[in-house]
Design a protein around this ligand. Structure first.
Ligand SMILES: C[S@@+](CC[C@H](N)C(=O)[O-])C[C@H]1O[C@@H](n2cnc3c(N)ncnc32)[C@H](O)[C@@H]1O
Length: 280
């Protein structure tokens, strides 16, 4: 079953590793047909939302992010109402840090509700560079972007996502990628977009731990890839184009893609290479 492309749905959050730039390459590299769609590192969901599969399993380890998908599925009107309230307040530095404090209170209390989702979306819009970064205690610590204006969301996009999540057969889970793939069967399609290995070949091993996804995790992921390949699932995986990725996925089809990086003071670093690895 080839899924319908619904260009109207785009990510609600700006998320590190978002795939908007590579979307057309990813879509054209997808298999022509498959049964169920799995995305165990869904993040902002740029690929999931673009293909809008009817039968899907989406997962991420970030509880607030997964709460966002669940809240949009179950009560998006309450999320939009809470966002309206936040947006009606002029944003200055004091208000930003007040909202951040409220959000961190939700994280500390593990309280996942509509308000937590509204706070998360609002902060993503008003924080520096749309970054999502937490400290060792798991609390959001990105500073203010010093801009006052701007609605936090495109309501029609949120409504389209909410309707889609509600009407489709989408299972939303929060946990580890391996557990999220425990029921993958022959003919299912899995797209893996884990945190990347560092670009630099000279990076030492401690650098692999940045983003909470150390080298051991990349090895565990590569083992899972081979296991699911043996099951008969169709698989696609993204990462930086570095030698270690080539050796972890030796034997599979590896295509290299040029990508533009975020503005870098060093002109040579404004372009990079990523890979798409498939087993079909
Ligand atoms: C590169 S991002 C995915 C970006 C996504 N494709 C997008 O378009 O926004 C990687 C995601 O993996 C999640 N993650 C990190 N470790 C994980 C784990 N062990 N299991 C599941 N998800 C994990 C992070 O929370 C993050 O959202």
């Amino acid at each position: 079953m080839k899924t319908t492309v619904r260009p109207k749905m785009t990510p609600v959050l700006k998320w590190a590793g978002g795939k908007t730039q590579l979307l057309q390459h990813i879509l054209s590299a997808m298999p022509d047909s498959y049964n169920r769609y799995y995305e165990p590192f869904v993040g902002g969901g740029s690929v999931f939302l673009a293909i809008a599969p009817e039968n899907a399993f989406i997962n991420d380890i970030n509880p607030q992010l997964i709460n966002l998908y669940k809240q949009l599925k179950n009560d998006h009107a309450a999320v939009l109402e809470a966002l309206d309230k936040l947006d009606s307040h002029e944003c200055d530095k004091d208000f930003y840090y007040e909202v951040r404090e409220n959000y961190n209170q939700k994280i500390a209390e593990n309280k996942q509700d509509t308000e937590c989702t509204a706070l998360m979306i609002w902060l993503n819009k008003h924080c520096f560079n749309g970054l999502y970064r937490v400290n060792k205690k798991g609390l959001f610590n990105v500073p203010y972007n010093n801009r006052i204006t701007g609605k936090s969301v495109d309501k029609s996009n949120v409504e389209a996502i909410a309707n889609f999540l509600h009407d489709s057969n989408t299972t939303i889970t929060c946990g580890d990628f391996e557990a999220a793939c425990s029921d993958v069967q022959a003919g299912d399609f899995v797209y893996f977009d884990s945190p990347y290995l560092p670009e630099s070949e000279t990076a030492d091993f401690t650098d692999y731990a940045k983003g909470g996804f150390p080298l051991e995790e990349h090895k565990r992921l590569a083992k899972l890839y081979r296991r699911l390949d043996a099951v008969g699932a169709k698989l696609m995986l993204s990462n930086n184009d570095v030698p270690l990725v080539h050796s972890l996925y030796e034997g599979y089809s590896i295509r290299s893609l040029d990508v533009k990086r975020m503005i870098n003071s060093n002109a040579a670093k404004r372009f990079g290479k990523e890979v798409l690895i498939t087993n079909y």
